[in-house]
Design a binder for this molecule. Structure first.
Ligand code: SF4
Length: 336
C-alpha cells in the first residue's frame, strides 16, 4: 500500500508535499499533517495507496449532489486520514486513523472500476474521508473510470493545491466542496486548523474547468449561523460561481470533539435558506434532517415542484426531458 507520492519536490535537501495547501515540509522518517504520507530516504510516499476503509453503492443524492446524474448510484470509496482536524468531524474514525490503526481492504484501481460496474453504478465517488490525502489511488482509478464511461466525483474540503486540481481535473466530472464558515475567519483556524482562502480558490478553479460543483455548508450554533455569514456567502457564490450553484445547508449534530453544542434548530436552517434565496441564489437545500420539503427542487421562476426527494428516493416530476419547467418553461440547471 506504500507508493511514491506524485506531487512533491525537494528544496535545499528538504521534502515538501505539493498536494494540499498545508504544503508540509516533512523531515526524513516523519509524516505530514494528514498522517498518511511519509518521507523516507529522500522520497515522499503515500502509505494508503489502495487502502479502502469503506465502500458502498450510494445514491448520488447522498454525496450530496442534487443536480448531477439524478437517480443514479455512485460506487463510493473512502480511505483513511485527513488534512483537516475538524472538531465536529462526522467520520472521525477513518479521518483520524493512521496506517495500521484500522482494518482496510486492499484494492487496485482496476478493481475499483470493476466493482463499480458489477454493482450497477454509473460512476465513482471518492468520499467518506478527504480524497486529496489518497490522491494517487483515486487519480489512477478516475483515469480508468473515464475510459469505461463512468462518471467521477470528489467530496472534498477543497484544500488541494492548484497543481493537484490541475492534475485530476481532466478525469473529474463533479465535486461537492465543504465551506465550513464564511465571515468567521477564525473558524477555519480554530475548528479545522486550516484557512478559507484556498478553499474558495479551489471552487473558482473547479468552476472554470467545467467541473460540476455543489457546495455544502454545515450550520453550527454560534460558530457560523449569523445572518451576515449567509448573506456574504450567497454574494460570493453569485459573483464567483453563479447563482445556479446548488448549496446544501446541512444540519449540525454534536459529534467527535464538539459535543457541548445542541443540534442547530431547523428554524435557523429555514431562515438561512430564505436569506440566501433573497440574495439571488436559485437552488438552496436543507440536508441532514429526516424529512423536509426543502430537499426538493422547486422552479426558481414559478416555484413549481420539479424534483421530489424523500430520504434517498428521488422522483422527477414537472420537468421535461430537456430540463424545462413544465409549468413556466424555465430552464433548470441539471446534468442528466
Ligand atoms: S497532503 Fe497536505 S497535510 Fe498531507 S503531507 Fe501533503 S501537504 Fe501535508
Amino acid at each position: 500500500m506504500e507508493k511514491e507520492a506524485s506531487l512533491y519536490h525537494i528544496e535545499e535537501g528538504k521534502i515538501q508535499c505539493d498536494l494540499c495547501n498545508h504544503r508540509c515540509i516533512i523531515p526524513d522518517g516523519e509524516h505530514g499533517i494528514c498522517g498518511v504520507r511519509k518521507a523516507k530516504n529522500k522520497k515522499l510516499y503515500t502509505q494508503v495507496y489502495g487502502a479502502i476503509s469503506s465502500r458502498n453503492a450510494d445514491p448520488i443524492e447522498k454525496k450530496p449532489l442534487y443536480h448531477f446524474k439524478p437517480k443514479t448510484r455512485a460506487m463510493s470509496y473512502g480511505s483513511i486520514g485527513c488534512n483537516f482536524s475538524c472538531k465536529h468531524c462526522q467520520n472521525y474514525s477513518i479521518a483520524t486513523a493512521k496506517p495500521g490503526d484500522i482494518p482496510v481492504e486492499e484494492l487496485t484501481p482496476e478493481e475499483s472500476v470493476k466493482l463499480t460496474k458489477s454493482n450497477e453504478c454509473k460512476g465513482i465517488a471518492y468520499t467518506y474521508n478527504e480524497p486529496t490525502v489518497w490522491f494517487e489511488f483515486n487519480y489512477d482509478s478516475a483515469k480508468l473510470a473515464k475510459k469505461e464511461d463512468l462518471y467521477t466525483v470528489y467530496v472534498t474540503n477543497g484544500y488541494m493545491t492548484k497543481k493537484a486540481l490541475e492534475k485530476i481535473s481532466p478525469y473529474l466530472d463533479a465535486a461537492n466542496v465543504d465551506i465550513k464558515a464564511f465571515n468567521n475567519t477564525d473558524f477555519y483556524e480554530n475548528i479545522s486548523s486550516a484557512q478559507l482562502k484556498p478553499v474558495l480558490e479551489t471552487c473558482k478553479l473547479m468552476s472554470e474547468k467545467g467541473i460540476h460543483l455543489e457546495l455544502t455548508y454545515l450550520v453550527i450554533p454560534e460558530e457560523n449561523d449569523d445572518e451576515e455569514s449567509f448573506k456574504e456567502l450567497a454574494n460570493w457564490i453569485i459573483e464567483e460561481l453563479g447563482e445556479e450553484t446548488p448549496l446544501h445547508l446541512s444540519r449540525f449534530y454534536p459529534s467527535h470533539k464538539m459535543l457541548d453544542k445542541d443540534p442547530i434548530p431547523i428554524k435557523t436552517l429555514e431562515r438561512a435558506r430564505e436569506v440566501i434565496i433573497d440574495q439571488g441564489m436559485k437552488y438552496v437545500y436543507i440536508g441532514n434532517v429526516s424529512q423536509t420539503q426543502y430537499a426538493n427542487t422547486y422552479c426558481p421562476a414559478c416555484d413549481e415542484l420539479l424534483i421530489e426527494r424523500r430520504g434517498y428516493s428521488t422522483k422527477i416530476k414537472n420537468l421535461s426531458d430537456d430540463d424545462l419547467c413544465k409549468n413556466c418553461g424555465e430552464k433548470i440547471d441539471l446534468i442528466r
